[in-house]
Design a binder for this molecule. Structure first.
Ligand code: NAP
Length: 247
């Protein structure tokens, strides 16, 4: 195996696990954070924080630092950075690590919507909702005065929540029992979720299924087509098989 210089675009648990795996396979790994989370869980290896200044800035960074492999391991809903990665990669091998989207089972009641705006309008009058989307996206839900419920996120919002809303600051994973208790205790009528995929936050969907609560499921945004793997191990295998010439 030839050691490679790898830049991981991170901000996800998968990215962290990939950094760990690649470092232990002998590669030289840097993880990049956008800098939106104040206290991200630190991965092994080198870390850089902050935007690159668009695709051009990312291309310059890749060239200046002589990276050989770029892994886009960002969240499925981080569409801009993925587009920038595809535009910036050039001769640098670009791979994406992305967990498969969740799919509804016959006993689920999903209301599939294409974005946040449609999710807001899909909710009936006076719904009591559990919001499990990022702090940057809760505003249009709060703007609807008839809605109330629970907003769960990792870090505090920058805007104050109205008194009819409860803010829960917690990091996954969550147990099925606690998810069911949360939905029951707050008389939740609708769960709102992005289709993030993965097992870490899936228990809320099982809880909603068990309690027959409808889920407003927001579809993933478009990302450019690149070589994509759904597991850390598969990416590690790809990178570790590369010869002296990347590609
Ligand atoms: P985004 O809309 O795709 O990107 C916005 C800008 O943030 C990009 O243009 C880029 O700035 C910068 N950026 C994003 N990810 C970066 C990274 N890993 N390293 C350096 N710069 C980055 O991204 P987002 O949806 O705001 O997500 C930001 C970060 O949070 C990502 O790392 C993502 O994995 C993580 N995250 C997002 C979600 C979500 O639901 N969106 C959920 C969990 C975690 P420049 O153009 O200046 O380079």
């Amino acid at each position: 195996m030839q050691a490679k210089k790898v830049l991981i675009l991170g901000g996800t648990r998968d990215a962290r696990q990939l950094a760990f795996r690649l470092i232990h396979a002998g590669h030289d790994v840097t993880t990049s954070f956008a800098g939106v989370t104040e206290h991200p869980v630190q991965p092994e290896g080198k870390v850089r924080v902050g935007g690159f200044g668009g695709a051009q800035g990312l291309r310059q960074y890749l060239q200046a630092e002589k990276f050989e492999v770029l892994v886009d391991a960002t969240h499925p809903f981080a569409a801009i950075i993925s587009a920038n990665a595809a535009e910036a990669a050039g001769d640098v091998l670009l791979l994406r690590l992305e967990r498969p989207a969740w799919t509804a089972r016959p006993d689920d009641h999903w209301i599939n919507v294409e974005n946040i705006e449609v999710a807001v309008s899909a909710l009936p009058l006076k719904a009591s909702i559990m919001l499990t989307i990022g702090r940057k996206e809760i505003e249009p839900f709060i703007a609807r005065a008839d809605l109330k419920g629970v907003a769960r996120m990792i870090e505090p919002t920058t805007i104050a929540l109205p008194p009819s809303w409860i803010l829960i600051l917690e990091r996954p994973p969550f147990t099925l029992e606690s998810e069911m208790a949360l939905l029951r205790d707050h008389s939740i009528t609708h769960l709102v979720s992005k289709n993030a995929g993965g097992s870490e936050t899936e228990t809320k969907l099982v809880a909603a299924r068990n309690l027959k609560i409808p889920v407003v499921m927001i579809a993933r945004p478009f990302k450019p087509v690149v070589t994509t793997y759904s597991t850390v191990e598969a990416i590690n295998t790809h990178i570790s098989k590369l010869g002296s010439k990347t590609g």
